[in-house]
Design a protein around this ligand. Structure first.
Ligand code: HEM
Length: 434
């Protein structure tokens, strides 16, 4: 039978996507307008009212508070591996939705994702959870190293040591990403170490990017579009931008963290909506510590701290934007994908894993490693993901979907080729890779 293809997972061009100030709250407003959730929460084709459940939600109240009025199908499916959450749905059901879903990703009971989830659920009963504890030890050690090096840097007036401190700030933040995907816990706050916000990333990264990677619904695509454009669409990237972005890309990486802060200041000023919370003060802990223990001038501390943030930002961009999504063979909106694509198959289409970090828990935790499995089960600690490969590969074979991986150098070269790519391609799940 001939396969039908589609070129986007979003049936409708997302509302507010092209507004000049792209923010997480505007993204949620757009979903409220487009998702047919009628002011409630939508899962598949049913509407629910979880108002009374918000404060009791084991994952934390924020997830449900933020998503009222939107379709949470993908988030609901991926954030609950056990059947407990599904068992609660009946209690909160209101009625059937009147419009079809805006996103064309499927979760058939006999499809790839649900089959794999059942197998993972069984597997989780007898795996070793020791590595999840080790993840905590790793992030705690990196946090301590970031502070220790910042102390030495300010005492010895050494920008070389400040650079290494920046590396540890970056690694700490990437590892904190493992924790903000999970139920509320203090380690997620480490993500706020350098002007970033775990709260905003739970929307832009966990709800937007994770569920709809490389699509027009992915904020990690639209945020960068004025500067770095990965969609293969000549109408949004001129010939000059396609190549010039290779040169100024590193500058974009360096100012990512400052940019996030400035954007939130502008948003608060322009919309009157406060986007700052008590946890944003975490950003000030490192410079305050440097000032207290460094016994030097405030100006010295500010200069060196801003330098540490710059280094951390550059490395975060370098690692994050070359991690797994922007190789020319990774599907981007505009490329052809099979119609009715299963959620898991779409994730595999949009991810090419890093092969060189496999097997090292430290490397995986600090490089967005084991990314495919992480997209499929974001609440599972990165430390335990390697134990799931046997059931994952078994399911890949059964559904004739090829798992793809490449070393970092090829990911970096691929990311630059993707910035230049304007021709679209067709993704065939069973097609051989390499
Ligand atoms: C935007 C949608 C949602 C998100 C992002 C979300 C996120 C999460 C997260 C991060 C956890 C912690 C997982 C862990 O530590 O293993 C969790 C647990 C849980 N959530 Fe949600 N959740 C959502 C919607 C819901 C809804 C609608 C229900 C109930 C009807 C629900 C019920 C539960 C339950 C029972 C748990 C405990 C863990 C389990 O037994 O699976 N969640 N959720």
């Amino acid at each position: 039978m001939a396969t039908n293809y589609i070129t986007t997972i979003s049936k409708k061009y997302p509302s507010f996507r092209d507004e000049p100030l792209k923010t997480v709250y505007r993204w949620l407003d757009g979903k409220r307008q487009d998702d047919g959730a009628e002011g409630l929460w939508r899962i598949h084709d049913t509407l629910y009212d979880f108002t009374d459940f918000i404060e009791r939600h084991p994952g934390g109240p924020e997830w449900l508070r933020l998503t009222k009025g939107t379709d949470i199908t993908e988030a609901f499916e991926t954030h609950h591996v056990t059947v407990r959450a599904e068992g609660l749905l009946g209690k909160y059901k209101v009625r059937e939705a009147t419009t079809p879903r805006a996103v064309q990703l499927t979760f058939r009971d006999d499809g790839f994702y649900r089959t794999l989830k059942r197998r993972v659920r069984d597997k989780l009963k007898d795996i070793d959870y020791g590595p999840a504890q080790r993840s905590k030890l790793i992030i705690d050690s990196m946090l301590a190293a970031a502070f220790g090096l910042a102390f030495l840097a300010i005492r010895l007036h050494s920008y070389a040591l400040a650079t290494v401190s920046g590396l540890f700030v970056c690694w700490t933040m990437i590892s904190a990403h493992n924790f903000f995907h999970q139920r509320d816990n203090w380690r997620m706050l480490a993500f706020n170490l350098a002007f970033s916000s775990y709260r905003e990333w739970r929307i832009s990264h966990a709800l937007s990017h994770h569920n709809f990677p490389n699509s027009i619904l992915d904020l990690e695509i639209s945020y960068f579009e004025p500067f770095l454009c990965w969609l293969p669409n000549p109408s949004i990237k001129s010939s000059v931008k396609r190549i010039a972005s290779w040169l100024y890309g590193p500058l974009v990486y360096s100012f990512l963290f400052y940019g996030e802060f400035v954007k939130r200041v502008i948003e608060t000023y322009e919309t009157g909506k406060n986007t700052f919370f008590l946890d944003d003060l975490v950003t000030l802990i490192l410079p305050t510590f440097m000032y207290v223990v460094g016994a030097t001038s405030l100006w010295e501390v500010i200069k060196m701290w801003l330098f540490i943030v710059l280094v951390a930002s550059f490395l975060f961009g370098l690692i994050g934007l070359n991690a797994a999504h922007h190789h020319p063979k990774a599907v981007h909106d505009g490329d052809q994908i099979p119609a009715d694509i299963d959620f898991a198959v779409y994730q595999m289409a949009a991810v090419i894993d890093r092969s060189d970090t496999k097997g090292s828990q430290f490397m995986v935790l600090t490089s967005f490693g084991d990314h495919c499995l992480h997209h499929l089960f974001p609440t599972l600690d990165h430390g335990i993901l390697p134990q799931l490969y046997p059931v994952f590969f078994e399911t890949c074979r059964e559904f004739e979907t090829v798992y793809r991986e490449l070393p970092w150098l090829q990911q970096i070269i691929g990311q630059h080729k993707q910035l230049a790519r304007v021709e679209t391609m067709t993704y065939k799940p069973s097609e051989k890779f390499n």
